[in-house]
Design a binder for this molecule. Structure first.
Ligand code: GBH
Length: 426
């Protein structure tokens, strides 16, 4: 059965950051540091989902989705990242899972969507190999509590984006700007994925996925320089995270002149069999060469397409291209694919542009040469859009951040009708 759903992430919606024993995360620290987020916005309250989850589950039931992808806040479960377990944190996800199941909605938790416990960051965060082991211990604690009711799990969300924005460029928490010095973060996240997959299986999890942010890479021309640059970017953005989990080997990183801190046995751990690959798609990336400084590529704007409120080009065919290229590259090594995020930022309740965006991308997905088993709209609610604060609205449901009032947008009603048609003409 195809899984239609919506997606969110803990720090972007929950609020209640100091309640029921939750410890601080890197995003609390970062958003409270002056000038890191637009207008100094923080996730202190966000959508207050921690208290309003029942209303949000009812909104999903009204939408008619079969699944909900949410993330679990590591510092709610282990306030200092390791050691003492905070039962009240587990209780929250227990209530959420039960509320979803009561409405016939399949819970699909992601264990890490960027809110690392600050205590672990203080010891090096994902630059430190030990964080991988802590992640697996945390996965075991969560699965012990929920695996009797949760069968599908996602380990990491977009390890590429977390590495680049969080550790290479410093635009996201933890705000480190190490450029290529951030590359160990890729390996430690992937090792954490492999170890957590083992822990989830041991606790009885049925389906385990990783979610990667993937992009079709378009060379700016067919000059040799642009083609080489595009290949180098494809290696960094897509293959660095897909190859090791699917084939047990890293791609050739010689264009970057760095080596990953791989120890013997790591690649076997990372390449645990998976039941699905989660793919988040927003847009293609256009690249030219030879690049400046330490990087073998340069970004080029994509013109000739409509743009979202964020300025991102709307290219539905990029999703068809991306899914087809995964099939072509990995063949039998590619498990079923789930589009675990796709969506756009626009203002207003009569969001016809969002309807066009979703309609176009869903059509492109269905035309793709790939075994696609699910599609999750990012996002259910307008929420804390990281460095952009509350300025970018990705929700099917509008949130008034003064009153917390939820109002379904035109796209919510469109998606509800779309899902109704799906269930009658199968
Ligand atoms: C996802 O990341 C996240 O998982 C989610 O939490 C987030 O809310 C959602 O997307 C919307 O942003 O052309 O320079 O502007 C998406 C990762 C990284 C994809 C930035 C688009 C645009 C680069 N995004 N990228 S630029």
């Amino acid at each position: 059965m195809f899984l239609w759903g919506t997606a969110t992430a803990s720090y972007q919606i929950e609020g209640a950051v100091a309640e029921d024993g939750r410890g601080p995360s890197v995003w609390d620290t970062f958003s409270h540091t002056p000038h890191k987020t637009r207008d100094g916005h923080t996730g202190d309250v966000a959508c207050d989902h921690y208290h309003r989850y029942a209303e949000d589950v009812a909104l999903m039931a009204g939408l008619g989705v079969g699944a909900y992808r949410f993330s679990i806040s590591w510092p709610r479960i282990l306030p200092t990242g390791r050691g003492r377990v905070n039962q009240a944190g587990l209780d929250f996800y227990d209530r959420l899972v039960d509320a979803l199941l009561e409405k016939g909605i399949t819970p699909v938790p992601t264990l890490f969507h960027w809110d690392l416990p600050q205590a672990l960051e203080d010891e090096g965060g994902w630059l430190d190999r030990d964080t991988s082991r802590c992640f697996a211990d945390y996965a075991a604690v969560v699965a012990d509590r929920l695996a009797d009711r949760v069968s599908m799990w996602i380990t990491l969300n977009e390890p590429f984006v977390h590495m680049v924005y969080g550790y290479a460029l410093g635009m996201h928490a933890p705000g480190r700007a190490l450029m290529l010095g951030a590359l160990p973060v890729a390996h430690h996240q992937l090792l954490g994925h492999g170890l957590a997959t083992q822990a989830l299986r041991a606790a009885g999890a049925r389906d385990v996925l990783i979610t990667n942010n993937c992009t079709p890479v378009w060379p700016a021309s067919d000059s040799e320089q642009d083609l080489a640059a595009a290949e180098a970017y494809d290696i960094l953005h897509n293959r660095l995270f897909n190859d090791p989990v699917l084939t047990g080997a890293y791609p050739d990183l010689s264009a970057y002149g760095v080596e990953l801190p791989v120890k013997s046995g790591d690649l076997e751990t990372i390449a645990q069999p998976l039941d699905g690959l989660g793919v988040n798609y927003y847009m293609p990336t256009r690249i030219s060469g030879p690049g400046g400084g330490d990087l073998p590529f340069e970004f080029e704007p994509i013109t000739g397409y409509p743009a979202t409120a964020f300025g991102w080009p709307v290219v539905p065919g990029g999703l068809r291209e991306l899914l087809g290229s995964l099939t072509a590259r990995y063949g039998d090594a590619l498990p079923p694919v789930y589009v675990t995020e796709n969506g756009c930022s626009y203002d207003g309740l009569d969001d016809q542009e969002r309807i066009a965006y979703l309609d176009g991308h869903i059509r492109a997905m269905r035309e793709a040469d790939a075994d696609v088993r699910g599609y999750f709209v990012w996002s259910l609610l307008d929420n804390f859009e990281w460095a952009e604060g509350y300025h970018q609205r990705f929700g099917l449901v509008h949130v008034d951040f003064e009153t917390q009032r939820r109002t379904p947008k035109a796209s919510y009603h469109w998606f509800a009708d779309y899902l109704k048609d799906q269930s009658t003409d199968t």
